[in-house]
Design a binder for this molecule. Structure first.
Ligand code: PAF
Length: 281
């Protein structure tokens, strides 16, 4: 496995693979990889001849008061995990390789990005769409892999690829959880011991909400109340949002019939965590 820092090195390697008729999978990440990322890499390795992992903390998807400076980074550890999982290439650029000083072209959309995380992170998805488009242009993969934990991001990227006729397949992969239910996230490392315990209110609340839907509850407001009630019972939690939306449009729903995303964002202390479930019927 090789680690490269320039766009030209990625292009040269992918050209060589293409010349041999090989297929290429891409796993875009911001590094500090965990088992969630590993499941995406493993899936790409299983489905493609070669797998590229991008490892880049994308500055333009962070708001001015967010955790860009403190976002955890450990390329040596990431490289070991990628190698062990069978990845072939890590693209680990510096910010100035991706963004020229006079960079001024963005990819944005006027639906799907205004609600959920977009309410408190108004420039986030513009940053995500822009960097992901750049990565797609640089690597030109056959398939790209994204986790369902970032459900809104997955929906946004699928829509971007459809709307802009990007010639690749987007594969959404299931959430990977700790044994006690907490969704794996690089930001879990911010939690102290008490917060780590408190963070279980997200998965507990969602599990109760899902059980209510499975038991036949169709009133979205009631399911929302079940989820929010469980989270609010945890003193260290502060809800950013608890919402039930249509999984295709991300618009709020009154009924749980159809394909539904139940998504939460919750501050545990200063750390903002997200989690969700999707019921497709
Ligand atoms: O999900 C992430 O880690 C990031 O948003 C992504 C897709 C790698 C873009 O920077």
């Amino acid at each position: 496995m090789t680690i490269v820092k320039t766009i030209e090195e990625v292009r040269a390697q992918v050209r060589a693979w293409r010349a041999q008729g090989l297929t290429v999978g891409l796993v875009p990440t911001m590094g500090y990889l965990h088992e969630g990322h590993q499941s995406l890499i493993a899936r790409s390795v299983a489905e493609n001849d070669r797998t590229v992992v991008s490892d880049f903390v994308n500055p333009i998807q962070f708001g001015p008061t967010e955790d860009l400076a403190t976002y955890p980074r450990d390329i040596a550890r990431d490289a070991a995990l990628c190698e062990a999982t069978g990845a072939d290439l890590i693209f680990h650029p510096e910010a100035d390789e991706m963004y020229a000083p006079d960079f001024c072209t963005y990819v944005d959309m006027d639906r799907l990005t205004g609600g959920l995380c977009g309410k408190t992170r108004p420039t986030h998805f513009r940053g995500v769409c822009t960097v992901v488009s750049k990565l797609f242009h640089i690597v030109q993969p056959d398939r790209a892999y994204f986790g369902q934990k970032d459900a809104q991001q997955l929906a946004v990227i699928r829509r971007m690829v459809r709307d802009l006729n990007m010639p690749l397949e987007i594969i959404g992969c299931p959430i990977v959880r700790e044994a006690d239910g907490l969704a794996k996230s690089s930001r879990n490392t911010y939690l102290n011991e008490a917060e780590r315990q408190a963070a279980l209110c997200l998965s507990r609340g969602l599990a109760k909400g899902k059980a209510a839907v499975e038991a036949g509850e169709t009133d979205a407001a009631k399911v929302r109340a079940v989820i929010a009630g469980e989270i609010e019972a945890e003193p260290l939690s502060r809800i950013d949002y608890v919402e039930l939306v249509d999984w295709n449009t991300l618009e709020p729903v009154d009924s749980t019939e159809g394909s539904i995303l139940a998504a939460v964002a919750v501050y545990i202390g200063k750390t903002r965590l997200i989690d969700n479930f999707i019921i497709e019927r």
